[in-house]
Write a protein that binds this ligand. Structure first.
Ligand code: XMP
Length: 519
């Protein structure tokens, strides 16, 4: 494990939904960190990992619960700075002799304002203009701080909002500095890692080298196939793998019959022209469309597609010298939306085809080198790997493709209409110079026909919805504020140019409560 030359920070995960955001804030500060679940952090692990600082994440548990998640006591003996967040604060106080009380009247969810009590180097830049906004999300709260600690900030419902023992460099806050709703949170992390002595020399280049090392360790001399969907993620994964294992890699681009207009040519062309990676172009549209016929439930569609992808990959794995591994461009948001922390099914929002849609039994082992990254980080990695800028800037396109933009039953007729409408919409966006301002734009064909009038005749055709959103990482999104002129012009073009659509709507739902895709 100790092959990494960089200073490392250990994040002990107690199950917060936003633990990855802590890692992300640290990567923005060029600090190397790893997240490990609390139950895998043993004394031996700590010794071997030798962190320069430790962060305890938040989490849904209560220190009063039977088998409450705890860090190993030896973490406090390492002599390195520790920052506890929310549950991480409670657990720190609990372990070091303070007290935690059950929530009820003092539970806090959402925005709160913290007032300064004392100054502290880790709060550099805070409280210059009075109280600071923070994001709280806690039931229990600390009621008595541990010996050696002092209070540095309070909020109406959290008298111990910011606590610290500056001698031991133990810091503990009740709020979440990693979320955007704590505007000075990034500054707090910056001060913490500076105090801990990190040099901030961890770059995307270093991430790439580390990812290459991990891929080589994982696959050894085995052959690997990589599923290419045409999106940025799988393309970046493919080029990264090629740098790592060269000839051992074969890419498989599957035409599912659910691609956009011109997509196959564009992707295959991009790979053939720019990279010398063996590429199988598998036309499996009959297989996919055949099995999707008659299906209208979103999760069923996703499961069918996930399974068929694996069938196709397995077939090709056998052909290319018995490949043992399947590489995918799975990202972190795909992972958290598809599985809950505990592995239970309750919070699955949708089964992203390459995570929740995978069959239980699969002859191939997964290689997912992007699993901890967010989209904008994948783009940065793509630039590092020399992918053409136009390709890196492409809007995301989901593996299940047009299937999840065709609510209700999927038919070839609807897919053809959808492809044409989508091409007009994207053309409009490009012509108006808006493509790079938008995270993702597409058309969904709706499962309703509506009455219209064209010339002197009655029409009875499909309605469609335009969707265009802005986002930083796909986790939250807002609709793009097109002008009425743009929307009017686009609607006219779609109705005039696409036979089969006679009504155009614009979807102005944000995420949450909506999701970006319609299914
Ligand atoms: P949602 O619809 O969940 O989408 O807000 C967030 C981002 O993820 C993409 N997406 C997928 N990508 N396989 C993928 O490769 C999937 O199953 C999948 N589902 C959604 C979506 O296009 C958006 O960028």
């Amino acid at each position: 494990m100790n092959q990494i030359a960089h200073d490392r920070l250990l994040i002990i995960d107690f199950g917060s939904q936003v633990t990855q955001l802590i890692a992300r804030r640290l990567r923005e500060l060029h600090v190397y960190c790893e997240i490990h679940p609390f139950n895998r952090v043993s004394d031996d692990f700590l010794r071997d990992f030798a962190p320069k600082a430790v962060i305890f994440s938040g989490g849904p548990a209560s220190v009063f619960a039977k088998d409450a998640p705890m860090p190993p006591p030896s973490v406090f003996e390492l002599g390195v700075p520790i920052l506890g967040i929310c549950y991480g604060q409670q657990v720190m106080m609990h372990c070091l002799g303070g007290k935690v009380e059950r929530g009820q009247a003092t539970a806090e969810f959402g925005r709160a304002y913290v007032t300064a009590k004392n100054s502290l180097p880790i709060l550099d830049g805070w409280f210059q203009d009075g109280p600071e906004q923070v994001w709280m999300s806690h039931g229990d709260h600390v009621s008595e701080i541990a010996p050696g600690f002092q209070v540095y900030g309070t909020s109406p419902n959290a008298p111990f909002a910011i606590t610290a023992d500056p001698t031991r460099h133990f810091y503990a806050v009740q709020f979440h500095p990693e979320v955007h709703h704590t505007p000075k949170g990034a500054k707090l992390y910056e001060s913490f890692v500076r105090l801990a002595g990190f040099k901030g020399d961890w770059t995307m280049g270093a991430y790439k080298d580390e990812a290459i090392r991990k891929i080589r360790d994982q696959v050894g001399t085995a052959r690997v196939i990589c599923g290419l969907s045409g999106g940025v993620d799988s393309s970046v994964a493919a080029v990264l793998l090629h740098e790592a294992i060269g000839e051992q890699l074969t890419c498989v681009f599957v035409n599912t019959g659910l691609l956009r207009q011109g997509e196959s040519d564009e992707v295959v062309g991009m790979f053939r022209d720019n990279f010398n990676i063996p590429l199988i172009h598998a036309d499996e549209s009959e297989l996919f469309l055949g099995q999707l016929e008659g299906q209208s439930d979103p999760e069923t569609k996703r499961k069918i597609i996930g399974k068929l992808f694996i069938d196709v990959f397995q077939k090709h794995a056998a052909e290319v010298g018995n490949a043992k591994f399947l590489a995918q461009g799975t990202l972190y948001p795909d992972v958290i939306e598809s599985v809950s922390f505990s592995g239970g099914p309750s919070v699955t929002i949708k089964s992203h085809h390459n995570v929740g849609g995978l069959p239980e039994k699969m002859g191939l082992q997964l290689v997912e080198p992007l699993r901890e990254l967010f989209k904008d980080e994948v783009r940065a990695l793509g630039r590092e790997l020399g992918l053409p800028p136009a390709f890196i800037g492409r809007h995301p396109f989901p593996g299940p493709g047009l299937a999840i933009r065709c609510p209700g039953e999927i038919t070839r007729e609807k897919l053809d209409i959808l492809r044409q409408a989508d091409a007009v919409f994207i053309d409009q966006i490009r012509k108006h110079g808006l493509y790079d301002e938008i995270w993702q734009a597409f058309v969904a064909i709706l499962p309703v026909r509506t009455v219209g009038v064209m010339g002197d005749g009655r029409t009875y055709d499909f309605a469609c919805a335009l969707r265009a959103v802005t986002s930083v990482d796909g986790m939250t999104a807002d609709y793009y504020p097109f002008s009425h002129e743009f929307l009017g012009e686009t609607a006219t073009r779609i109705i005039n140019e696409v036979k089969g659509i006679n009504r155009v709507t614009y979807d102005i739902t944000s995420k949450p409560p909506g999701t970006i895709e319609w299914e």
